[in-house]
Design a protein around this ligand. Structure first.
Ligand code: HEM
Length: 395
């Protein structure tokens, strides 16, 4: 497969189902490739790490959107993401990220371990003997955890789950009009909800992250809303996909699953290898603001797009020998699945903890857990995972 066909295939259903052959074909041509009108595609682990930390390589912000898509503010789903820290650059990004990071303290996250374990146990106990694991476990867990962190009452969680699900489509490069309409409705609903939650916390503070953000006072009202919505959206589908991808890999590698079942202290290296092997976020995009020389005759012109194929970087044979093998015993895994540099995933300690708690508990509480039919991939390029994963819990 030549590299242009390979890049094109990522935008087809087949390529989305298994993008790894295309990544190999692109990488075989060069670690970074300039494609006319589409910008530069990067597959090398070292280069992705470098570019994520390059100050002149920035995320598209409101100015870019005003120029290329003047009506973007009319879709509240899109607007909530564009106005959040994910799509802002310094100095706004630095200020907002600092305020949010100050609420995401190691103490607050460590305190979530028992909450996560409690929710895992409740979900496992309620699991029927035949179920879709995504519906019964992988989606409810991250929503339950982020809602507990933000101070959203348990009764509102199913409502949140649907809205978060509808909104994540704005993170994809291609979506239908109907999907964008649902994302708009979800963005409006979630903002209305958070307006109410912020007012409630201003009136009567609680021990939650929403109260901490309100009390920090560093964010405008619009920024607070956008970033509360972001915390929900950024952490929901991504973590659900990590839980789906990880379970599938464990069921496909029963000897490895037995090792984890017998020794939960292996959970950290298992989760890193799951993240590396099949990253729940496959790519992230930037724009160059200055000319950039990437070596091998590849230069990036100012204004040109830079697409970092995180899923490809995680399978770069220069960094990981035998990259297509699932091997939790690899030394220093360090995948780029959570990005890097200024936008490095704020929720990574939480996501890691959810997976590290969930997998050993699932394996020990459900020793006969097995696939019960063919898993179905989500037809998405950026947020990779399963839409259904049929399981049975008794033989
Ligand atoms: C940013 C991945 C879970 C909150 C990011 C980025 C990636 C990522 C790749 C960087 C995007 C970029 O550079 O353009 C993931 C994965 C997750 C996960 C794979 C789960 C397996 C979470 C959770 C939360 C969260 C649980 C919060 C509760 C955020 C936020 C940002 C972010 C706020 C933006 C940071 C910034 O712009 O400074 N995530 N994420 N993520 N993530 Fe996550």
């Amino acid at each position: 497969m030549d590299y242009l066909t390979a890049i094109g295939s990522l935008f087809t259903a087949e390529g989305r189902d298994d993008p790894y052959p295309a990544y190999d074909a692109i990488r075989a041509h060069a670690p970074a490739i300039a494609v006319p009108e589409q910008g530069v595609f990067v597959t090398s682990h070292a280069l992705v790490n470098r570019l994520l930390r390059e100050p002149t390589v920035r995320v598209a912000d409101t100015r870019n959107y005003d120029e290329f898509w003047p009506t973007w503010r009319e879709n509240r789903g899109v607007a909530s993401v564009v106005l959040s820290m994910l799509q802002s650059n310094p100095p706004d990004h630095t200020r907002v990220r600092r305020a949010a990071a100050a609420t995401f303290t190691p103490r607050r996250i460590a305190a979530m371990r028992d909450v996560i374990a409690g929710q895992v146990e409740d979900l496992v106990e309620a699991m029927p003997s035949e179920a879709d694991y995504m519906t019964a476990f992988a989606y409810p867990l991250p929503v339950g955890v982020i809602c507990a962190l933000l101070g959203v009452p348990a009764a509102d969680r199913p409502w949140f789950r649907q809205r978060a699900h509808d909104l994540t489509v704005v993170l994809e490069p291609i979506s239908t009009d109907e999907e964008m309409r649902l994302a708009d409705v979800a963005g409006r609903d979630l903002e209305d909800y958070f307006v109410g939650l912020i007012a409630a916390r201003q009136h009567s503070p609680q021990e939650d992250l929403t109260t901490a953000l309100v009390e920090a006072g560093a964010l405008t009202g619009e920024e607070m809303l956008a970033n509360l919505v972001l915390l929900l959206v950024a952490g929901f589908e991504t973590t659900a996909n990590l839980l789906g991808i990880g379970l599938r890999l464990l069921l496909d590698h029963p000897a490895e699953a037995d090792r984890l079942r017998a020794d939960a202290t292996l959970a950290s290296s298992f989760v890193e290898e799951i993240l590396r092997y099949d990253s729940p976020v496959q790519l992230t995009s930037r724009f160059a603001t200055e000319p950039l020389d990437l070596g091998d005759g590849v230069t990036v012109a100012p204004g040109s797009g830079v697409t970092m194929l995180l899923g490809a970087a995680n399978r770069d044979p220069e960094r990981y020998p035998d990259p297509h093998r699932f091997d939790p015993d690899r030394p220093t895994i360090q995948p780029v699945s959570f990005g890097g540099g200024a936008h490095y995933c704020l929720g990574s300690p939480l996501a890691r903890m959810e997976a590290q708690v969930a997998f050993p508990l699932l394996l020990t509480m459900l020793p006969r857990l097995a696939l019960n039919g063919d898993p179905v991939r989500r037809d998405r390029l950026v947020l990779r995972g399963y839409s259904t994963l049929p399981i049975r819990t008794s033989s």
